[in-house]
Design a protein around this ligand. Sequence first.
Ligand SMILES: *[C@@H]1O[C@H](CO)[C@@H](O)[C@H](O)[C@H]1NC(C)=O
Ligand SMILES: *[C@@H]1O[C@H](CO)[C@@H](O)[C@H](O)[C@H]1NC(C)=O
Ligand SMILES: *[C@@H]1O[C@H](CO)[C@@H](O)[C@H](O)[C@H]1NC(C)=O
Ligand SMILES: *[C@@H]1O[C@H](CO)[C@@H](O)[C@H](O)[C@H]1NC(C)=O
Ligand SMILES: *[C@@H]1O[C@H](CO)[C@@H](O)[C@H](O)[C@H]1NC(C)=O
Ligand SMILES: *[C@@H]1O[C@H](CO)[C@@H](O)[C@H](O)[C@H]1NC(C)=O
Ligand SMILES: *[C@@H]1O[C@H](CO)[C@@H](O)[C@H](O)[C@H]1NC(C)=O
Length: 559
Amino acid sequence: MSIISTLVFATWIGRVLSSGCEPVPPFALPITDIQVNSSITNSFMRGIPMNIGTPPKSIVVLPWPDLNNTYIYDEQSNCDSSIIWNEQICEIRRGGYFLETESTTFKKSADLIDAGGAPSELNTRGIELGVSKLLSTSLAGTETLTSGLNSAKPLTMPIGIPRLRWDNGYTMLHAMGMGSNSTFLNALTAAGQLSSRVWSIWWGRMWTETNAMDGSLVLGGYDQEKVTGRNITLPLDYTPESGCWTGMKVTVSNLLINFRNGTDVGILPRDSALRFCIVPQRQLLMEAPGSIVDTFQNATKMTSIGTSFGLHWNSRLFNNTPGNNLFDGDVTFVLNDGLNVRVPNSQLLVPFVDVDRSGVRNVDRSKKELVMFGVGEEPATLGRYFLTAAYLMVNHDERTFTMWQANPTTKSSLVAVQRKGSQARDCEGSGGGNADPTGGAPDQNTNDSDDSSVPLNIGMIAGGAVGGVVVIAAILTAFFLVRRSKGRRSSREPEAVSPPGYYEGMGSFPGDRDKSHLKPAELRAEDQPVEVYGSYPTDQGRGPGGYHQSSGSTYYELQ
Ligand SMILES: *[C@@H]1O[C@H](CO)[C@@H](O)[C@H](O)[C@H]1NC(C)=O
Ligand SMILES: *[C@@H]1O[C@H](CO)[C@@H](O)[C@H](O)[C@H]1NC(C)=O
Ligand SMILES: *[C@@H]1O[C@H](CO)[C@@H](O)[C@H](O)[C@H]1NC(C)=O
Ligand SMILES: *[C@@H]1O[C@H](CO)[C@@H](O)[C@H](O)[C@H]1NC(C)=O
Ligand SMILES: *[C@@H]1O[C@H](CO)[C@@H](O)[C@H](O)[C@H]1NC(C)=O
Ligand SMILES: *[C@@H]1O[C@H](CO)[C@@H](O)[C@H](O)[C@H]1NC(C)=O
Ligand SMILES: *[C@@H]1O[C@H](CO)[C@@H](O)[C@H](O)[C@H]1NC(C)=O
């Protein structure tokens, strides 16, 4: 080999190596209205469009932070007939059916674990009733996704097909597991389509005639156009003791009613706080103690005409007639850690929306729904309408989640978020790459002693080379060092993050009533554990009823 050809070879190797260590750019999936059945006009559901199987079948999915596996419905879709009146509504609300029998790429396995699925799902109080049984009862196999990816290459991953009615309610679409051992994130990472197990979500703005916007799910980073102000970052905590099954618990120290004339009125009692579990897929803004929702309704001088049985199941219904002055202000969640999230009126009082028997989604603006539900026994939650005003990022590599006030915009500028001291640093000087390797990295200053001995700028070595053999030996050494240090890094535990402080005072709510009043009201599930509802004056006694796990302790114990 001549010196020249050695140099050419070395440069080529250098390119191959440096492109291998550049982070894959993050990518975004839209959260948008999708017509589920092509032969039914306006059969819309809002979610993420995906194609699955061969030939590809289009379905609508939602990200679920509290599941590790992904669950896709086929025609045995297990809709609750007391909520979903016919099969047509079920097909639309499930986001279309995937038919495994008609897909040539579906490979059936004995069960989900055999298919390579994650071996554990949660069983925390508050989570949908059947989650703990999904793993053992679902029909399982591997299947191919052909859209919703970071490249044109299809992605094969394990899926479960539910064989029991596990969700019992209204969060109906196919469930994409985004938990700490998410098979979706793992499959993308293994296929080289994702550099970090980080995802972010903003719901967009719904139902407004003037400024409706799609939301998005970003994988591998976040969208810096859609955030504003400072962030708060808290540890993800999936332990049963945390009481929050998505791992994302926040403390709200006040709830401000923002009247149009500029007056703000706080409705939480002094020195008290409410702890909420952030559950992005839930259909409302918040589920909170009934007394809080009543106080809100009284302070805004509105009179409800009942409870909604539509897509915003359990919200409070109001007549939207000209004489009936509905509240026109906003609501602000004051988070304990220094973040204010102001939810605009358009995402707080939304039109009545339902899917009718012909599968058509109807938006009825003669009624409005206050997207709040008063709970008694169950943990308080913040649902999808909260994420119209807040931007959420989940970082499984660091075991943290981060929130900002959202900046509602259709503009987009994705920022990669890498693991501490990972590729972004390794690739210094290699140039190129679409991702911004520095912006948004939680900590670029970490010295990673493993890396300091790895010569990565191959071009420089080649330029000063004394002989082909030396260069190639150096390249091979570098290659193995990089591989070794990457292997080490991926097995390293993230650093512990100290938990946020919060103050007590939950017990001071007027809702802290004598528990002897509690009586079982609606028993909805056939399965154990039995749900107990209906402690007056929450909404449950008069509403359509609940569907989550409840073991009889009060929301005060979410700590
Ligand atoms: C769509 O709706 C039509 C009309 O109700 C129905 O015949 C068909 O089975 C539905 N599903 C698909 C996938 O087209
Ligand atoms: C995560 O899931 C994979 C299978 O997808 C499994 O092999 C692995 O043991 C799981 N990790 C943990 C920590 O449970
Ligand atoms: C996912 O799997 C991990 C590892 O087995 C487990 O710790 C966690 O509780 C599971 N669920 C979620 C939502 O992360
Ligand atoms: C969050 O804010 C801190 C400073 O408060 C900053 O160091 C960090 O980079 C921010 N995180 C992200 C993801 O922007
Ligand atoms: C603003 O409106 C609220 C509710 O109608 C009222 O209680 C408050 O006094 C008003 N504030 C001012 C400054 O007018
Ligand atoms: C709301 O107003 C109703 C009717 O005036 C009253 O009975 C109820 O106690 C009030 N609730 C709260 C929490 O203020
Ligand atoms: C990284 O290491 C160098 C030399 O060991 C040191 O000078 C520098 O301060 C370190 N930087 C950080 C952020 O620790």
